[in-house]
Design a protein around this ligand. Structure first.
Ligand SMILES: [Zn+2]
Length: 234
């Protein structure tokens, strides 16, 4: 990598990316993505244990306190590098954040289904438009009727234990689907990593599309579970 071949500002030695292997001085941050920060290829199957080791190792080398006596520039670089390190680690260690981050790097726009956007729509009394995943159509249709009933019951102060049990059942089923998505995501990671190795553009595209679809379904299900919880008064 280019950033590893430049030399140390302090001792002139050939340095490593973030600090100099010869003199240990922190180097100016290079404008790289989180994968490159850790010297990793842009792949999704990540050895989290070794990522963690690397994180702690770099944390020690880049820590601002270690450089308290260093000159002002190095102190600043140390702060910048440490914060970059923390952001990169937090993002890459989490399977969903890692996937979302990669999609962003690849220029994919995720459907705006963030928590804040959803809450804003709800506050405005609007139902946020979401495309119902085809495999959930039937269940969602039934669920919406029951949710409506539950809301009416609440308003009228009526009790319907059977309905609440039904809703609990739906919730459990959705939660199970939600969990199953992790396994499915892993399949898309494999597809992506392989396409990176073979430099197959079509396969890359297909893997990206699969991940976008999965993340949208995931957020859809999460919202359903939240709606059921509200209706159950949880
Ligand atoms: Zn050096």
């Amino acid at each position: 990598m280019a950033i590893e071949t430049s030399s140390c500002w302090s001792c002139g030695d050939m340095r490593a990316a973030h600090f100099c292997h010869a003199c240990g001085k922190v180097q100016p941050p290079a404008p790289v993505d989180y994968f490159a920060f850790f010297g990793m290829p842009r792949k999704l199957n990540v050895d989290v244990a070794s990522l963690e080791r690397e994180f702690y190792e770099l944390s020690r080398k880049l820590h601002p306190d270690l450089n308290a006596r260093a000159d002002k520039r190095e102190q600043e670089w140390s702060l910048e590098q440490s914060s970059l390190l923390n952001d990169a680690y937090r993002t890459l260690k989490d399977p969903i954040k890692r996937t979302q981050y990669l999609l962003g790097l690849e220029g994919v726009e995720l459907e705006e289904q963030s928590k804040s956007a959803t809450e804003k729509a709800r506050a405005a009394g609007e139902v946020k438009k979401q495309i119902v995943p085809p495999d959930l159509l039937e269940e969602v249709f039934e669920l919406n009727i029951q949710l409506e009933e539950a809301r009416m019951n609440k308003k009228m102060g009526e009790d319907d234990p059977a309905l609440l049990r039904d809703l609990e059942g739906h919730k459990a089923a959705f939660e199970q689907k939600y969990e199953a998505l992790s396994q499915e995501l892993k399949g898309h990671w494999d597809e992506w990593d392989q396409a990176v190795d073979t430099e197959n553009q079509q396969e890359r595209r297909r893997a990206l599309d699969g991940m976008v679809d999965l993340l949208n379904r995931r957020s859809y299900i999460r919202n359903l579970v939240r709606d059921v919880n509200e209706a159950l008064g949880n």
